[in-house]
Design a protein around this ligand. Sequence first.
Ligand code: NAD
Length: 337
Amino acid sequence: MKQILVTGGCGFIGSNFIRYQLSEYPGQSITNLDKLTYAGNLENLKEFESHSRYHFVKGDIANQDLVESLLKSTSFDAVINFAAESHVDRSILDSSPFIQTNIVGTQVLLDAARKQKINRFLQISTDEVYGSLGAEGLFTEETPLAPNSPYSASKASADLLVRSYVKTFNLPAIITRCSNNYGPFQFPEKLIPLFISNTLEEKPLPIYGEGKNVRDWIHVLDHCRGIDAAMRRGEAGQVYNFGGNAEMQNIEITRLLLKLLGKPETLIQHVKDRPGHDLRYAIDCRKAESELGWKPETEFHAGLKATITWYQENRDWVNRIRSGKYLKYYEQQYGNR
Ligand code: NAD
């Protein structure tokens, strides 16, 4: 792997992945194609701005001309598609950008990858495509897709497109499906960074319904190592699940955060439940363990404490995002291109 194209690399997981790749593999170069939506932040990769092995391109994965010329201009060994609209609540308010980026954008990338005979295409997907579990059981790679939100439906659609390009065009693509990530650089609209940031400011923590919904939590670096293993050792046409073996109810995680930050539970504010709210996600990742030699390494409490420390030490980053100042930063750095 000498040249990799990452899409959506200015977001939470993509930026952690790029940092991991650049530090782990000295012979490898990364091009990052990102539209810089509200969730994309150049500051996440500020230290690589003038790095010789890192190249940023501002653009939309659904822009066919741009994507085709980018893939023609460089001989990429792998394309890794992180770019997405990623927030369930926003997909309930307006699903159109989800259809455009998550489905049409993936189709444009797949076609360009097919034409350029790309040897590795990774689609970064989510356990939410499997729908919801009851109190028992785990999602395996064989679990039928049954998405319940416009977000997860758009991701499931993209997964099916990827599958069809494997079957129809022999595109050497792999799909990875991961549970909820947490860690540094996560946009403060998702549960853990939102609740840490609100707690630090002593603002209420809005929790859906009774907070009994269960999610499995994985540290973002464990996810990045899994994607790396799938890219290097995965078999074309396969799906790999990644999880953190850390199932928790939302209310439990909220109480834990408050305890670790030394704040009272009176900050918890129960709000009307999200429509179509999936009850429980839990992942069986034995396939990734046996076939990729991967397993999650971060113990949840240790990972959560480190994440809290990161948010405490990077309050300016959070404040700039919340005030929209990072957009000004972009124009200052890069003009309006
Ligand atoms: P994010 O919202 O933090 O980042 C998304 C990035 O994609 C941003 O930089 C944004 O600017 C960029 N982007 C959006 N639309 C684009 C477009 N049309 N063209 C180019 N770039 C575009 O998301 P994340 O949490 O880092 O998630 C990354 C991927 O991982 C997504 O595909 C998501 O579905 C998947 N995933 C996320 C989680 C999680 O817990 N966060 C779990 C499993 C899978």
